[in-house]
Design a protein around this ligand. Structure first.
Ligand code: ADP
Length: 598
């Protein structure tokens, strides 16, 4: 019992231990997490501040650069500079509207009228109506020829539409109706070319009608930049006609479409003249933006001219009257968002640690409680083990005292019963002392190369007498001698324990076999019974100290749960092991496996 006490002491320190293992680290971690989060919040806000400062500086530089670009463009305008593709200059004065170069627009707000010689107009009208009649009466080829002829005349205006375009359009309609796809595509390409050539003679409505069909026939979109430039010219014309601009002013007009800008006009007016340069978005992208982008890049930012994007992207923006659009700078480093995730990582790790500590603590408490429960079962079992032989002893002692004239045969039975009880008590005390020695590590073995068969024979003979009284038969079978390095006493104790169990857990009048055999270089001693067996779920646990099988307990079979633990320790001391094969309800075979002596 001396070895059991430290375990109880251990159980008593479980509560402070759990406190030290869980509450203190948890509190420490909580404090550290709080500190980290506070630091992190400070860090993030400092980074945000730095980021905004950086974006603001970039924005200031980009805007001042943009102002320089715009004023240089105005200077170029005043100097009458020729503009590259994507840009036009326009003048509106008493003479009307002048666009330079004119072939870059798609239409004009005030198209230049096409005047024709009266002869051409008359012939043209005749050709138009003949062609129409032929087309209506299904003579497509002839109608196509007549409309082609119209192009040989000088162009003139038919209710605002240049005659050449009207003729091509009619041809296109006939080709579409008659399903001549290849010719239709060619006609559409020519129509588009004529429209570009005659752009200054088109207004927006006519342009859009023809452009829509021409794109459909060609299966391609009409050129957007020319349309955007024309729209800007339209805006300027409207502003000028409605006297929206001051007498002398510098300003701008922007063509917006679906929240995006398409073109911008930088204008300057005097009392009777408006001059402007109009540039498309593509032009700005290719000519002005590279310079602005490179400034923004130095500040790890991207620059966008136009309305800011929706969403929570860090940015800095500037809007000024002299700028056609807002200038927005977005952060391109993303560093603040990354550090913004740190609190999540810290909290995640903290929670993981708490879970790990809690699981470890739960496991350790569970283990301690299980050991405590087993120890208390052990104390109950040992008390019971003592009580049974003591009760028997008391009974027979009293019988002999109270009936001194008892007949001899009966007296002998009483002495035998007392001897059995004393025997059982001394075995019990012996086994508890053995267990105490094993636990304390004071059990010493003396190994010698001995014949296992002889040792087993001796144990079987001695145990056999005891078993026979209880109605069991022990049968030993061997094949020759089997020499192992063994402590004879420990061997006997291990085999005795297995035999004692085999008897306890088998029905009376059954046979228990002991087999000594050599296998795979080992010497095996099998103890085979035909008893209650061990369930697979308990086949490992029964080798742990204090563990008693559920079946053993429910059947009220006496025991302390120490036998197999002792056998295991003995076998480990011999460099061997204990094996078990069992079928519940059929019986068990416990095997002592010794390494054969070299
Ligand atoms: P005890 O027999 O005192 O309970 P042991 O350590 O010797 O303790 O055995 C542990 C448990 O193993 C037993 O309670 C019993 O459930 C099971 N056991 C041991 N030997 C046998 C056997 N031969 N047949 C069936 N069950 C056994």
């Amino acid at each position: 019992m001396a070895s059991v006490r430290p375990r109880w002491r251990h159980a008593r320190i479980v509560v402070p231990l759990v406190f030290v293992l869980t509450v203190l680290p948890t509190a420490g971690l909580a404090w550290a997490t709080w500190q980290l989060l506070t630091q992190d919040r400070g860090l993030v806000s400092r980074q945000r501040q730095d980021q905004m400062n950086r974006l603001n500086s970039a924005s200031w530089l980009v805007v001042s650069d943009l102002r320089t670009i715009l004023s240089e463009s105005r200077r170029d305008l005043a100097a009458g500079k020729a503009w590259p593709a994507g840009a036009i200059s326009i003048t509106i004065d008493r003479e009307g509207l002048t666009v330079t170069p004119p072939d870059r627009v798609a239409f004009l707000p005030v198209p230049v009228p096409l005047l024709a010689a009266p002869d051409d107009a008359r012939r043209g009208a005749a050709l138009l109506s003949r062609g129409q009649d032929l087309a209506d009466s299904g003579r497509a080829d002839e109608a196509l020829r007549v409309f082609s002829e119209m192009r040989s005349l000088r162009p003139y205006s038919i209710e605002g539409t240049p005659s050449w375009l009207a003729a091509r359009y009619k041809r296109g309609q006939i080709l579409e109706r008659t399903g001549r796809e290849r010719e239709l595509r060619e006609e559409a390409v020519s129509l588009a070319a004529d429209m570009r050539m005659m752009a200054t003679h088109l207004n927006e409505v006519i342009y859009r009608t023809y452009a829509e069909d021409a794109s459909r026939w060609m299966s391609s979109r009409s050129p957007q930049d020319a349309v955007s430039l024309s729209q800007a010219v339209g805006l300027l014309w409207q502003g000028w006609s409605s006297q929206r601009y001051g007498i002398e002013m510098t300003g701008h007009e922007v063509v917006w479409e679906d929240g995006d800008w398409k073109a911008v006009a930088l204008l300057e007016t005097t009392r009777d003249t408006l001059r402007a340069v109009v540039v498309t978005r593509e032009f700005v992208d290719a000519t002005w933006m590279p310079q602005l982008r490179s400034i923004a890049r130095q500040y790890r930012a991207t620059v966008v001219l136009g309305l800011p994007e929706a969403g929570n992207v860090p940015r800095s923006g500037q809007e000024a009257k002299d700028l056609p659009w807002p200038v927005v700078l977005y952060d391109a480093s993303g560093s603040v968002q990354a550090s913004g995730q740190r609190p999540l990582i810290v909290i995640g790790s903290f929670l993981t640690l708490i879970v790990v500590v809690a699981v470890a603590a739960t496991w350790s408490i569970g283990r301690e409680l299980a050991v405590a429960r087993q120890q208390s079962n052990f104390v109950a079992a040992v008390s019971h083990e003592f009580r049974t032989p003591l009760t028997s002893l008391k009974h027979f002692v009293e019988l002999l005292r109270e009936q001194p004239s008892i007949e001899d045969a009966r007296r002998r039975e009483c002495y035998d019963a007392q001897a059995r009880a004393v025997d059982r008590l001394s075995r019990l005390v012996e086994s508890l002392l053995d267990f105490g020695r094993l636990e304390a590590g004071t059990q010493h073995h003396t190994f010698a190369a001995l014949d296992c068969v002889a040792l087993a024979q001796w144990v079987v003979d001695v145990f056999g007498l005891h078993a026979a009284n209880a109605g069991y038969r022990i049968a030993l079978s061997t094949s020759g001698s089997a020499i192992v390095n063994v402590d004879a006493e420990a061997f006997s104790r291990a085999l005795w324990n297995l035999l004692d169990n085999a008897m306890k857990y088998s029905p009376p009048m059954s046979t228990i076999d002991v087999v000594v055999r050599a296998a795979h270089g080992n010497v095996c001693v099998d103890v085979v019974d035909r008893g209650i067996g061990v369930s697979p779920g308990e086949s490992r646990d029964i080798f742990r100290r204090f563990h008693r099988g559920a079946d053993a307990r429910s059947r009220g079979i006496r025991g302390t749960g120490l036998g197999l633990a002792m056998v295991t320790e003995i076998m480990q001391a011999h460099g061997g092991r204990v094996d078990l094969e069992s079928q519940p309800g059929q019986g068990s075979t416990f095997t002592l496996v010794f390494p054969a002596a070299a």
